[in-house]
Design a protein around this ligand. Structure first.
Ligand code: DGL
Length: 269
């Protein structure tokens, strides 16, 4: 049986899922977290669905061994390919990063023109279009994959003229569509938020899945009476499947806290 002091499990292919962790730590600082970053097999966003499903199930099994009370799939490529499969297999609540963000985007748009940027794997599933147009069939959705964004983030390249040019290259066609909401459909992209904001201009609202995903997490924990006690001393454990070279440097800078527990484990099998 799950109890309130159990940790929340979060996985991503790399460090992008820390965007969700940062929001959990802001909103629910008393919660313990176990994070798995599949550095050895990053990037997921260019892999087949079959492969992403297999990796995602292995990551899930690894986290289940840590007695997690809820699982967050903090990877859009995994959320789009594997959410349903994972949900069917596990008995704890599973939260993806796509559904909560689409609700927020639909609330924010005034013109009905929404841009989505994501990995190729996520774009290929059409997961965002399907969810968005289910909520409002009149929406016009323009999607684009931005394959260079993930390596940029993993390297810690989040500013400077080279990055600005890459952002312009990918986002120009979306900007021309005059979208008023742009969804950052990849957990790595919020680390590029200021570059993206500068290019798109202040009139375009950026939707990053962290806030809406964590709102859903709060609802879910609350409804099951599984919110950790406010006095709980939380733990934050990070496991990665290969050397965390840039992970620690970039992750600490982004989170604004030291990553004191980072362990390399074999692939979650
Ligand atoms: N975490 C992945 C996602 O959100 C991006 C990185 C990757 O391609 O593995 O889609």
């Amino acid at each position: 049986m799950k109890v309130a002091k159990d940790p929340i499990g979060v996985f991503d292919s790399g460090l992008g899922g820390l965007t969700i962790v940062k929001e959990i730590r802001r909103v629910l600082p008393q919660e313990s977290i176990v994070y798995f970053g599949d550095l050895a097999r990053l990037p997921y966003g260019i892999k087949s669905h079959k492969q992403i499903i297999q990796f995602s199930l292995q990551n899930t099994n690894f986290l289940l061994q840590h007695q997690i009370k809820t699982l967050i799939i903090a990877c859009n490529s995994s959320s789009s390919a594997a959410y349903q499969v994972i949900k069917r297999k596990v008995s704890i609540p599973v939260i993806d990063v796509i559904e909560p963000a689409t609700r927020e985007a639909v609330k924010l748009t005034r013109t009905g023109r929404i841009g989505v940027i994501a990995t190729q794997a996520t774009v290929d599933t059409g997961a965002y279009e399907k969810k968005l147009t289910k909520l409002n069939p009149n929406l016009e959705v323009y999607s684009r994959s931005c394959p260079m964004f993930v390596p940029m983030v993993e390297e810690g390249w989040t500013e400077g003229s080279i990055c600005e040019q890459i952002v312009k290259h990918y986002l120009e066609p979306i900007k021309q569509k005059k979208v008023d909401v742009l969804m950052l459909g990849c957990t790595h992209y919020p680390l590029l938020e200021s570059l993206i904001r500068n290019f798109m201009g202040s009139k375009v609202r950026l939707v990053n899945s962290a806030q809406s995903t964590v709102e859903k997490l709060v609802e879910s924990l609350n409804s099951q009476k599984l919110l950790a006690h406010p006095d709980q001393k939380p733990s934050f454990k990070v496991y990665v499947s290969d050397q965390p070279r840039n992970f620690i440097r970039v992750g600490e800078k982004f989170l604004g806290e030291r990553l004191s527990y980072v362990k390399v484990v074999r692939h979650a099998e």
